[in-house]
Design a protein around this ligand. Sequence first.
Ligand code: DLL
Length: 434
Amino acid sequence: MSIRNPEIECMPREQIVAMQNERLVAQVKRCYENVECFRKRMDEAGLTPDDVHGVEDLSKLPFSYKSDLRDYYPFGLFATPMSEIVRVHASSGTTGKRIVVGYTKNDLAMWADCVARMMEAVGLDERDIVQVSYGYGLFTGGLGAHGGTEALGATVIPMSSGNTSLQIQTMVDFGATALCCTPSYALYLGEEIERLGLKDQLKLKAGIFGAEPWSEDMRLQIQEKLGLKAYDIYGLSEILGPGVACECECQAGMHVWEDHFIPEIIDPDTCEVLPEGESGELVFTTITKEGFPLIRYRTRDICSLNYEKCACGRTHVRMRKPSGRSDDMLIIRGVNVFPSQIEEVLLRVSGGDITPNYQIVVDRVNNTDTFDVNVEMSETLFADDIRSIEAVEKRITSGLRDMLGISAKVHLVNPKTIARSEGKAKRVIDNRKY
Ligand code: DLL
């Protein structure tokens, strides 16, 4: 399989570090000059850009957090004038307000190149036909994979998500050779294709799946049902979208493109940087992004890094598949969901009919996430008739759909039936196995 940019992707470690040193110094200076939030934090820490000479000084710098995106909503963290921002994307925040990110023309070109590198690393080239079934729109998945496919010179089928029968028909009729979507949707497509007996008509050879956790068992099932090799791709809106890191043909960890992103692993409690190979929270610094750079961003994803050279020849560090999060974010049907968003809806629609006791139950049935929200009703509502209970359930269901963009099954349960805990309330029961 070929390497898109061997001088960069196979660069010796000393040269990677030298490149990072130079880019980090310039980025810190730009952020200090243009991003109020970063400047304030540096001032509070008694630091100036002159204190940063390279990667060895990274751990001195202040962290940045998802809450910064909320506090400076929508564009307050951008480092360029809006006239240079050519695209925005958004993702769930911890409350009703979404987090917003922006890209300059150069950022979009860099993003497309990162995704194209991966496509080449899994054996795709300009002869391929890539069906992009991640959602298009504010979510970064669709347009991110789209840009990478075009940069590679392959043919993109911009399907977006949903409408499974049309997805399958298109895949068959257009002879798609690669598929990009969430792993859970890939599995669902695979089941439908099996049911329709259409596997023989597929030409798929590679699948690029990410945006949510998935297990090795799921990988095997997808590979079997769709007759392709399934590769993992990682990213987050705050840093880039898909393509921050991705697997190569070796399927042995995801290469983080270190000419653009510096990863660190920290202990989420003490915030100390952990020694190589240890598992902890992944932190990223973007060293080339112009529109929306971030220094030491706490991703909350738990994983480890492996600096050994990969058998594919690439030298860029590999991250292990995230094994969980250091916050309470859930990913349900590909959508990021925070319990605090659910609380916000419950508070809004409450009107004395419900109590603050609720529980979220997530499971996977027939490879689709189920999402139930149990809410305790108040004694007064309990004494009321069934019609008013149904009306309250409807109000909550529609509030949740507006907030999250996905449907939940809401169940009003009798007063005092949700188990009380002596410590922190157990708000989430996630029965899915990764
Ligand atoms: O999910 C970007 C993306 C789109 C990645 C398409 C890959 C493919 P967000 O919606 O901001 O962005 O969600 C980011 O999703 O912090 C992880 O917790 C989780 N995540 C993303 N990729 C993976 C993966 C996109 N391959 C959050 N494995 C991240 C496990 C993943 N979790």
